[in-house]
Structures are given as structure tokens and as C-alpha cells.
Design a protein around this ligand. Structure first.
Ligand code: ATP
Length: 268
């Protein structure tokens, strides 16, 4: 395991960006981000549409590499490793830093194989049945699916599918789980289940969640980063970090006027 790069209030930093600028072609989408993500905590990214929350999130596991026009300047550290250094294998990065998307996207396979697939690809040598059971239990789905593991994942409800995707992410034993609006396609009850799950998962994992739902950010996260978007010198509208602090402070005592306006719903 790599050494830690810093400790704040007794909590290790697992991800750090330094002077990060993200471009799509000539367009500066996100500018000058300095941000430390604490270990075994939930960090929420909030802000208006287009401020670059998803773009930044995807930088943490190099998912933006798949976009041809994407370019990052600056540093993204996972512990003391710069994730954009030439010797870093993006596939290994994505194993350690998993992702759950807005819409549940199970594979067209059985419930069992959705979980086993990534582990098999990674050459998992342990007992697969145990891994499937453990992952489904951690994702609070086991009791609902244990009698139908060989059925198609598509037979599950949307909320169950999303918990299956979380189980799938867990099965390859990541350290960090990135979640890009994981509840936006779910009904309120399923949303609550996933929020409870997030709360349980932070014992073992570090979670970074993008959400449009401010009540959700307030409910699930320990720290909140508020981003905004502003006309840049070059004419485009670039996202930037306005304020980053304990969630309670961001919602109850923000230091910046823009944050106050946003969290009180007076934005724009
Ligand atoms: N693949 C892409 N190619 C070009 N521009 C992109 C691409 N993805 C995002 N952008 C642009 O980058 C900026 C940030 O987008 P991003 O989706 O990261 O914002 P966001 O805060 O997550 O928005 P939302 O809340 O609406 O999902 C926007 O101006 C967007 O149009």
C-alpha cells in the first residue's frame, strides 16, 4: 500500500487534486481545483448543471480517458501516486476506484454473473459463491435475491438493479466508490435504501457522490464541495470550486455568498 500524503484532523487523504484544469478540446470545463478527499468518509459534490461535477468525478478513476477531446493539466493523487503519470495503468486505477452511474446499468447476465464477472476478469482465485454472497450482503440486496441468483439482472426493480451495481463495484474490492447521481433514476423508497447503504459502506470504503439533491447531500455526506460555473477569460463557462467544508457548515454556516444562495435555493 502506498504511503499517505497527508492527514487532516486524524483522517487520511486518499485523493488529492492540485491545480487541476480539465479541458474538452480547447474548452476549459473545470479550472484550478485543489481538493482533498478524506478516507472512509462520504464527500458530496453539489452545484448547478454544467459546473463540472461529473467531469471531476470521472478524473478520479480516469474514466475521462475514453473521451477523445479530454485533457487534464495538474495533478490527481491517489495517496502519493499521480494517477496521470505515464507508468499508471488505468485499468488498475478503475479496479481500485470503482464507479456507480446515474442509471443502473447491469450486464445482460444473471444476478450471480453480474457480481462474478469483474472478479473473474481480475483472476479472482477465492470461492466465487462466497464473494457473490458477501458482495450482495454488503449492498443490502442478498435477502431479496438469494433464491434467484441465476435469474436475469433485468428482472430486478430499478432500485434493486442499482444496489446490484453497487454490489458489482464492491466485488472487485475497490478502496473508493465514485457515485454519479446514483439515486436520480430511483423512487423515494429505493433512494432511501441506497442512502442507508452509503452510510454503511463508508465503514469500509471512501465514497464520493455527485448529487443534485441537496437534502441527500446533507443526509449522506460528511464533507461537501460546492462548485459553480463562471465565464472565463477565454469566453467559455468554466466550473470552479467555491467552498469545501464539513457538510454541516456548508448547509448551516457557509462562508461564501454563492454557497448561501445555492443551499438556500435562492440561486440564479
Ligand atoms: N464529453 C464531453 N465533451 C465536451 N464537453 C463536455 C463533455 N462532457 C461534459 N462537457 C462539458 O463540460 C462541462 C461540465 O460538464 P459536467 O457534465 O461535468 O457538469 P455537471 O456539473 O456534472 O453537470 P450536470 O449536473 O448537468 O450533470 C459542461 O459545459 C459540459 O457541456
Amino acid at each position: 500500500m502506498a504511503t499517505n500524503i497527508s492527514t487532516v484532523n486524524g483522517t487520511d487523504t486518499v485523493l488529492r487534486t492540485e491545480n487541476l484544469n480539465i479541458y474538452y478540446g480547447n474548452f476549459l470545463a473545470v479550472r484550478d481545483i485543489w481538493l482533498d478527499i478524506p478516507k472512509n468518509r462520504v464527500t458530496a459534490f453539489i452545484g448547478p448543471s454544467g459546473c463540472g461535477k461529473s467531469t471531476l468525478l470521472r478524473c478520479y478513476n480516469r474514466l475521462n480517458d475514453l473521451i477523445e477531446s479530454f485533457r487534464a493539466e495538474g495533478k490527481v493523487y491517489y495517496y502519493d501516486k499521480n494517477l496521470y503519470a505515464p507508468d499508471i495503468d488505468p485499468v488498475e486505477v478503475r479496479r481500485r476506484i470503482g464507479m456507480v452511474f446515474q442509471r443502473p446499468n447491469p450486464f445482460p447476465k444473471s444476478i450471480y454473473d453480474n457480481i462474478a464477472f469483474g472478479a473473474r476478469i481480475n483472476g479472482y482465485k477465492g470461492n466465487m459463491d462466497e464473494l457473490v454472497e458477501r458482495s450482495l450482503k454488503q449492498a443490502a440486496l442478498w435477502d431479496e435475491v438469494k433464491d434467484k441468483l441465476r435469474q436475469s439482472a433485468f428482472a430486478l426493480s430499478g432500485g434493486q438493479q442499482q444496489r446490484l451495481c453497487i454490489a458489482r463495484a464492491i466485488a472487485v474490492q475497490p478502496e473508493i466508490i465514485l457515485m454519479d447521481e446514483p439515486c436520480s433514476a430511483l423512487d423515494p423508497i429505493s433512494t432511501l435504501r441506497v442512502e442507508e447503504l452509503i452510510h454503511e459502506l463508508k465503514e469500509k470504503y471512501t465514497i464520493v457522490i455527485v448529487t443534485h439533491n441537496m437534502q441527500q447531500a446533507a443526509r449522506v455526506s460528511d464533507k461537501t464541495a460546492f462548485f459553480n460555473v463562471q465565464q472565463s477569460d477565454k469566453g467559455g463557462r468554466s466550473g470552479y470550486l467555491v467552498e469545501y467544508d464539513a457538510t454541516e457548515l456548508i448547509f448551516n454556516n457557509p462562508q461564501q455568498q454563492d454557497t448561501k444562495d445555492y443551499v438556500s435555493g435562492r440561486f440564479g
